[in-house]
Design a binder for this molecule. Sequence first.
Ligand SMILES: [Zn+2]
Length: 415
Amino acid sequence: MTQAFSSLRINADRMLDSFNQLALIGGTADSGVDRPSFSEAHLAARAWLRRHIEANGFEFRTDGAGNHSAILSCDDSSAPTLILGSHLDSVPNGGRFDGALGVMAALEVLKTVRENGIKLKVQLEAMDFTDEEGTLVGLLGSAALAGHLSKENLEKPRGGRERLLEGMARAGLSDVSMLSAARKRETLAGYLELHIEQGKRLERSGTDIGIVTAIVGIWSYKLSFIGKADHAGSTTMEDRRDASLGASAFALAAREMVMRDFPNSVVNVGKMDFVPGAFNIVPAQVDAALEFRSPDDEEFKRLDKALLELARSEAARFGLELQTEFLGKHLPSLMDADVRGAFVDSCDVLGLSHMPLPSGAGHDGQSLADLCPVGMIFVPSVDGASHSPREFTKWEDCVNGANVLLQAALRLGNG
Ligand SMILES: [Zn+2]
């Protein structure tokens, strides 16, 4: 790494200008954005990005999954590609920073490298991944690029098949094109992403940059606590087999257990459906939606076992039966050690404080982690707010993140 590289910085005003232009597309009255995948606003943002890429003189590329990118080629056309990116789609009524910052920073890195006449040993690609947020499928573009997308993912998408078909048609895509987007391992040098933290750890500790250690895995179950429907007035308290008691006791005990024994994990009971569900009937059945996340494989397995045992014992305590239905899992994805090292060196050169952090949210990097070296950095979210119009990151922090992304790309692209 030469001295000249270390002194390079992105153009903060230019990045802000692009960021603000993008934030107007699908912008809401309360300063958020509403750009669910393949909505009118999302399609408009994609079209804006394409025009922006071409107007800035970069080669524009798209693939069968609708991922959009700007390319900065190097002299060796057979050199692998270092992808920098994030996503332009948002959750309904989301914030301006989630995803958009990472795409604008990636593009700004390409502009900075090009205008300084720097020759890297990799192709640089700034990418907007399709449907990261999961309006349709979730991590759709990155899974397609990584070759992990299956026909089943497309036939049973979480947003419903009809919505996916409509969306793909609006963007000129299809099942067949989606499955054609896979890239070969040897063509990829790595993937780097800048994202807002979406939590309070950086703000609370006064740290500039979070260097992601792993993206958590997610397991989910439907737990059915089964008792007996009875008259809510004439059945004595002793005689009831009230399904709500087992489900509620489990939710409380799960919280305590995770806080006590699983410090890196989180658990959520996000939904409870009561059957029959009336004022005057003792609940016969409660179906609870259980999800838990951990960055560590071992802890994950222990937690899985412990939560199911807890559900069984709480059900038994109230004379209930328990049925469990496994709904799916994503394993934790470890971030690459060399990429993390490049982020640490970059923060040091820029005089920024940094700390290792697991990511509790899913990100496109997890699709790519078994294919190429992947790394992510976080910048502080004010008050931890995200997936909301209250989402905010100070511009100075956004600029810090983009400079770390630039420095890390220079280090990894020059090796
Ligand atoms: Zn995001």
